[in-house]
Design a protein around this ligand. Structure first.
Ligand code: TNX
Length: 534
């Protein structure tokens, strides 16, 4: 019996069996190492905050104001280390030995000690503290005694949001970023342009938003019904709003990767400036979902336009990666167009696929000139990859494997596991979605690093990302419903060592954790928690 008990404890170290009572700590993602002890630290009005490290003052202010707004407790900060309990010490030291983004958290009955090498690690340790605190309470808040050592498995822990098909307000973008950060994820891939709407203000081309940000109507209901309304729909983010969001995200250690789609999915831009297409014919912002034949013409005029657009984009977004799309480029127009045939000939290209590769390489030069890197959907492999491009693998993992073998960076986002616009339960019991079936357990089972890569190729897998395409997602509440709890499962895939992963255990933790979502007003798929859809 003792053998079985100790085996159980070592398998599930987060079950504290003190006094025969099972305690599950609702931590998501599960930390790398964790030992639960006996007793509690009580956080209350008399708890002091102390830090010897000036450079993490933002994180401490963040912790302080969260405790005040959530529990009405105003903690006092002191400059001298308290001699006796009860206090919380935040310590940041570049010499501290822990991988980047990591932290250690020690909670004893009279002291909490959070240590890291920098503000990022402290920020993640604070997320853990927030998940350990009771979701509601006043006066004296118990924190279980525990020792945690924690750090991320992958460097790209991403979530995407399509703001073209449907537009979401700044306040929601911030809430989405908060949610991403609370699961220790660190990339927000912001899909800003597509056929059905251009959503980013570009000062040199005002028509992109004046015309391109609005469509005359939208598809309603299922695609097969082919029904439309005639309500003008649209919106866009001003450059001031974008700057505000970028700095908001920086404070939460989330880097924003903006996506400007090209050469396909560009109808909204073409509606604003028809000379960007091969025919030059007037066009309208898309109302129907799907893939359009009207794409950017690979002419010098288009490259000059995109140079200016991308430079404004790079002025706004300081991160390393600029997503340039590259997916689903129908070649109909290019095959017909004399201009394209001329470009193919004068550049010694074989066909329209090589023309697509030529297009992406020209764009890469614009982005590399500013010291940045392009990332594109896996179609950018066709006709030859641009020299420094990173690849986002969505049509399965093969594109990602091929890119890694060519020593290019890869972010995995296969439709099979990472498309959060797909159904997460039986369609009869779910709101209308695009199709597919990607329940929670399937997301949890995802392994981003393919077996077929060798030692120096595996490092090219930066991580993975969940994609939220919004053709059938009309409101912020619905974005949350489709993302949650699948985002939490993906967060654990990307943070926790595979040997520590266990779906039953994750599910138990999530069942408690959702109380926190309720308190924070975050919607989630309720059916995911019914035993039948586990
Ligand atoms: C494919 S994923 C697309 C999007 C759609 C999505 C719907 C990708 C690179 N392109 O344009 O919104 O499917 O699931």
């Amino acid at each position: 019996m003792r053998l079985i008990t100790s085996l159980l404890i070592s398998l599930f170290p987060l079950f504290s069996l003190s006094q025969g009572k099972k305690t599950i700590l609702p931590l998501v993602p599960l930390p790398v190492e964790m030992n639960v002890g006996a007793g509690e630290f009580k956080l209350g009005e008399t708890t002091l905050i102390y830090t010897p490290s000036e450079q993490i003052i933002n994180e401490i202010v963040y912790f302080h104001s969260f405790i005040q707004t959530t529990y009405g407790i105003k903690l006092r900060a002191v400059k001298v280390k308290p001699k006796t309990g009860n206090y919380i010490e935040f310590r940041s030291n570049p010499e501290f030995k822990i991988p980047d983004g990591g932290y250690t958290l020690g909670i004893t009955t009279n002291k909490v000690l959070l240590q890291a090498t920098n503000g990022m690690g402290i920020f993640y340790g604070i997320q853990t503290l927030f998940q350990l605190l009771p979701v509601k309470g006043k006066g004296s808040l118990p924190l279980p005694c525990v020792q945690i050592t924690d750090y991320p498995r992958y460097q790209w822990r991403g979530m995407h949001l399509d703001c073209s098909r449907h537009f979401f307000p700044v306040s929601f973008i911030k809430k989405y970023i908060d949610c991403i950060a609370s699961y220790k994820m660190n990339v927000f891939h912001w899909h800003l342009t597509d056929d059905q709407g251009w959503r980013i203000e570009i000062k040199q081309f005002p028509l992109l938003t004046e015309i391109g940000a609005y469509r005359k109507g939208s598809m309603v209901g299922a695609y097969a019904d082919n029904k439309f309304d005639s309500t003008r729909y649209g919106g866009f983010y001003t450059q001031e709003e974008i700057k505000d969001i970028v700095s908001y995200a920086q404070k939460k250690y989330v880097s924003i990767v903006p996506e400007i789609e090209m050469p396909g999915h560009a109808l909204a831009a073409i509606a604003a400036y028809p000379e960007l297409s091969c025919s030059g014919m007037p066009a309208e912002v898309g109302m129907k979902w799907g893939v359009e034949t009207n794409v950017f013409c690979p002419s010098e005029h288009t490259f000059t336009f995109l140079d200016k657009v991308l430079n404004e984009v790079m002025d706004l977004f300081p991160g390393k990666y600029i997503h340039i799309g590259g997916d689903e480029v129908l070649k109909d127009e290019w095959n017909k167009s004399p201009i394209c045939q001329e470009i193919i000939k004068s550049n010694n290209l074989k066909d329209a696929h090589e023309l697509q590769s030529y297009f992406i390489k020209r764009i890469e030069q614009i982005v590399n000139a500013r010291g940045r890197t392009i990332i594109g959907w896996d179609e950018i492999l066709e006709g030859g990859l641009a020299p420094n491009a990173a690849v986002m693998s969505w049509r399965g993992v093969e594109g990602g494997i091929a890119a890694a073998k060519q020593k290019h960076e890869v972010v995995m986002s296969p439709g099979s596991h990472c498309y959060f616009d797909h159904y997460q339960g039986k369609p009869e019991g779910e709101p209308l979605a695009i199709g597919g079936f990607t329940p929670l357990e399937k997301v949890y089972s995802y392994e981003p690093t393919p077996d077929s890569l060798d030692m120096d190729e595996v490092h090219k897998i930066l991580g993975a990302q969940g994609n939220v395409w919004t053709e059938y997602i009309l409101s912020p509440q619905q974005v949350e419903y489709m993302s949650m709890p699948r985002m939490s499962a993906l967060a654990e895939v990307l943070w926790t060592p595979p040997a520590r992963k266990n779906y039953e255990n994750f599910f138990e933790r999530m069942r408690i954790h959702i109380k926190l979502l309720d308190v924070r007003g975050i919607n989630y798929c309720k059916t995911a928690f019914k035993p039948s859809s586990k």
